[in-house]
Every structure is written in structure tokens, then in C-alpha cells.
Write a protein that binds this ligand. Structure first.
Ligand code: PMP
Length: 436
């Protein structure tokens, strides 16, 4: 018998109510029930819902034009947004290519890297090393880099899986190393892998500087970042930062790369870029790379909706609001407060094994034994259960069950960058009720 309740189909059968409206960090269903958007959707609605200045800017753009094909016209919103992005990027990353989402940004980064290598006479280089676990998107290219078996394995015969090194899940290590030594130890995995693969075949290394959906806000020790960049330089391998989730302020800095003073060769961004007001993403590279490609005949790549003026007008307005309201500073301050409150829970609940993250990209992980970091039994389905308990009580959080080779339940807590202290109290109140 059919269970059909709608012509739409989703990824699963989990029933959800109809969304009616949303404002700030709150969302309301059609029965009037209020939810705190404790994960900004999927770390997207970074400046909160229904920001009047963003809506105003979008309406003004709508009255002028909603679409202009990029090969037919330049548009002011896309030019303005590109220059605003370039101003905020580290070093010489000043050439921007717009797309409509995170997977498209990662695809574009890979294709840009490969076409650039060809212009440099390095066509033997095609492998993109990534990490396990990791998440880079759902299109075939991005999926080939994604270290998450359930998503990638069914498509093995249809794509070329790429080499992967372990993500720096230091919190699971039980050695006597210092943090700095651990960071270097994990970075050396990249060097080993490059040598194993043959440096002349390796095009790029891609990583989420702070893990997102796959590893639950995993931050590496400081020493990791610089060493990874050094290794890429040593072998002439392009360093791609997937800042789809971490970019545009979410970790308390415009890019997560800024925390370690890294200038990657290519950066992919999306999510918080137009902050849920429009589908928008970007890939950013240096002028030398882009000019080499254009000299060689152009970038053989593109998406119809890329850089459409309505999405770019939303992006411009979002960046202006972030500056006007000093949201990156607020994100850093409120992130520190929320993190310390989450850490406080570790005393109350012996089954919280780890709290991690930066800015407002925070996570906690549940375990059955804290000393050995043994995960809770899979059958408990904790990652779903706790989300449901919180949802019933009006708090939305985001969870996954996976981690470096071993399984475990982690929960991302990532409210919008506009969140204030009393709203953090509200979030913690519901979280504690749900955990109890
Ligand atoms: N990269 C990262 C780091 C992500 O977190 C995501 C989305 N969760 C993507 C890429 C893919 O983005 P999208 O779903 O917009 O295609």
C-alpha cells in the first residue's frame, strides 16, 4: 500500500510540520509552534531569518531584473559582490566565480585546479586528495572527495574515488603526544599519501578547515594547518579550502583560514554567503591562475543560474549586514560563551565525551565511555533520538552518526551570528531538558 501524503519526496519519511514564517533565530510552523533555529538550518541562515534590509535589497533588485545571463550581460550586484568578497579574502585571492551552492563550488574548484594544471604543462596531475571523514557535496566530483561511506559507496562504479587521509580526530588519540605533535603527525599523513600516489599525479588537497557535517566541528591543533600548507608547496600541489560551511563569519573570522593565517590556492564558499536568502556560492582564486586559464582559451565550466543578480543582491546585502551589526565579533563572543556552557554539560552528563568547535560552529559528541571514547551502541539511534526530543521542545539542532573510521553520535549547535546571551540561555535550557 502507498504511504503517499504528498507528491514531493524527501530523503526519508520523517514527517515534519509545514513552515509558516521565520524571524531572527525563531521559526514558526502553521500551528503557531515556535522553534529556535539552533543550527541555522544546515549552518546556512547565519544572519537570522527575515532580515528587513536584505529583503528590501532583494525587492529593489526584483523590480529591476531577476535574471541576466552572464554571457549576455554584466550586472551590478555580481560585480559589487565580487569586489566585496575580494576585499575580505586573505592575500591575493581576488578573482571570484559565482555558483549556486556548495557542491557546485567544490566542483568548480576541482575543475579550475585541473584546467590550471593543464595550462602549466602538468596534465599528469589529476588526483585530489581529501580526508576521511569529510563532506564536500553530493554531485559526482564533490562526492568522489567526500569521506562518508554510506553516501559515496553506492556510486563507486560510476565515479573515480579519490585517495583519502585520516581527518585529525585527535580527541580519540590515547598517545602521549602534545597537541602540536599530534597536529604534525596528522599533517604528515598528507606527505605520505602524496609520495604513495606519486607527486606527479597529485593535483590538489582539499579540506574543510573545521569539519562540518561529517566530523562535527572538528578543529585540528594549530600546527596542522601550517604544515599542510608547507607540504602542498613542497610538491607543487594546490591547496583547496572547502569553506562552504565555515566561510563568511561562522567560525568568528571571515574565513576559517584566517585563524591560522593560511592563504589557500582556491577557496569554495556557499551556505552563509547569501545566508538562506538565495542560492549562492563562489569559488575564489588568484589572478595569476585565472589569467592563465583565460589566456589558454577560458574556463570550460559554468552553471546557468551562476551569479544571477537577485542572488548576488542578497549576497551584497548579507555582507553589509554582517559589517553593520559587527556579526563576526558577536559570533566570536557568543561562540565562546556557548562553548563554555556546552563544556559545562560534560560535568552533568558523563555520556558527553567531547565538546569542540570555533565561533558558532560548535558540537558535542555522545559516548558510552568517556575514557575510551567508546561510542553509544548504534541501535540506540541517539543521533536521531536527541534531535527529536529537542525538536518536540522547540529547538532545532543538527546531528550525524559517523567519525574517523569508528561510529559515533555528534550534534552541531550553530545558531545564527545574531544570537544573544538570553537566547543562548533558552537554547541551553531546552538542550538540558532533552538530554535529561
Ligand atoms: N562542502 C561542505 C563543507 C558542506 O558542508 C556542504 C553542505 N553541507 C557542501 C560542501 C555541499 O553544499 P550544498 O549542499 O550546498 O551542495
Amino acid at each position: 500500500m502507498s504511504n503517499k501524503t504528498s507528491n514531493l519526496f524527501y530523503q526519508s519519511r520523517a514527517p515534519r510540520p509545514f513552515l509558516d514564517r521565520a524571524e531572527g533565530i525563531y521559526m514558526y510552523d502553521q500551528s503557531g509552534k515556535r522553534y529556535i533555529d539552533g543550527s541555522s538550518g544546515a549552518m546556512v541562515s547565519n544572519i537570522g531569518h527575515s532580515n528587513p534590509n536584505v529583503l528590501e535589497a532583494m525587492k529593489a533588485q526584483m523590480d529591476k531584473s531577476t535574471f541576466g545571463y552572464r554571457l549576455h550581460f554584466r550586472t551590478e550586484p555580481s560585480e559589487d559582490l565580487a569586489s566585496m568578497v575580494a576585499e575580505r579574502m586573505p592575500g591575493n585571492l581576488d578573482r571570484v566565480f559565482f555558483v549556486s551552492g556548495g557542491s557546485e563550488a567544490v566542483e568548480s574548484a576541482i575543475k579550475l585546479a585541473r584546467q590550471y594544471a593543464i595550462t602549466q604543462g602538468k596534465s599528469s596531475r589529476w588526483k585530489v586528495i581529501s580526508r576521511f571523514p569529510s563532506y564536500h557535496g553530493s554531485t559526482f566530483g564533490a562526492l568522489a572527495l567526500t569521506g562518508y561511506d554510506p553516501l559515496a559507496r553506492p556510486f563507486d562504479p560510476m565515479m573515480r574515488d579519490m585517495p583519502k587521509i585520516a581527518a585529525p580526530a585527535c580527541y580519540l588519540d590515547r598517545d602521549n603526544l602534545t597537541d602540536e605533535q599530534r597536529g604534525l603527525k596528522y599533517a604528515e599523513l598528507l606527505r605520505d599519501e602524496i609520495i604513495k600516489q606519486g607527486p606527479e599525479t597529485v593535483l590538489a588537497f582539499i579540506m574543510e578547515p573545521i569539519g562540518g557535517a561529517s566530523t562535527g566541528a572538528l578543529v585540528a591543533p594549530d600546527s596542522y594547518y601550517g604544515r599542510i600548507a608547507e607540504i602542498c608547496k613542497e610538491f607543487g600541489i594546490l591547496l583547496i579550502y572547502d569553506e562552504v560551511m565555515t566561510g563568511v563569519g561562522r567560525t568568528g573570522s571571515f574565513l576559517a583560514a584566517n585563524h591560522w593565517d593560511i592563504e589557500p590556492d582556491i577557496v569554495a564558499m556557499s551556505k552563509g554567503f547569501a545566508a538562506g536568502y538565495a542560492p549562492l556560492g563562489a569559488v575564489v582564486a588568484r589572478e595569476t591562475m585565472v589569467e592563465a586559464l583565460l589566456d589558454a582559451g577560458g574556463f570550460l565550466h559554468g552553471y546557468t543560474y551562476a551569479g544571477n543578480p537577485l542572488a548576488c543582491a542578497a549576497g551584497v546585502a548579507v555582507l553589509k549586514e554582517i559589517d553593520r551589526l559587527s556579526l563576526i565579533d558577536n559570533c566570536a563572543a557568543m561562540g565562546a560563551l556557548l562553548k563554555s556552557r556546552l563544556e559545562g554539560l560534560m560535568e552533568r552528563y558523563p555520556f558527553i565525551g567531547d565538546v569542540r568547535g570555533k565561533g558558532l560552529l560548535l558540537a558535542f559528541e555522545l559516548v558510552s565511555d568517556k575514557d575510551s571514547m567508546t561510542p553509544l551502541p548504534k541501535e540506540y539511534n541517539c543521533y536521531l533520538e536527541l534531535v527529536e526530543l529537542a525538536y518536540e521542545r522547540g529547538l532545532i539542532i543538527y546531528s550525524r552518526r559517523t567519525r574517523g573510521g569508528v561510529e559515533g553520535d555528534h550534534f552541531l549547535v550553530a545558531p545564527a551570528m545574531i544570537v544573544n546571551e538570553s537566547q543562548i540561555d533558552e537554547i541551553m535550557g531546552i538542550l538540558i531538558e532533552s538530554l535529561d
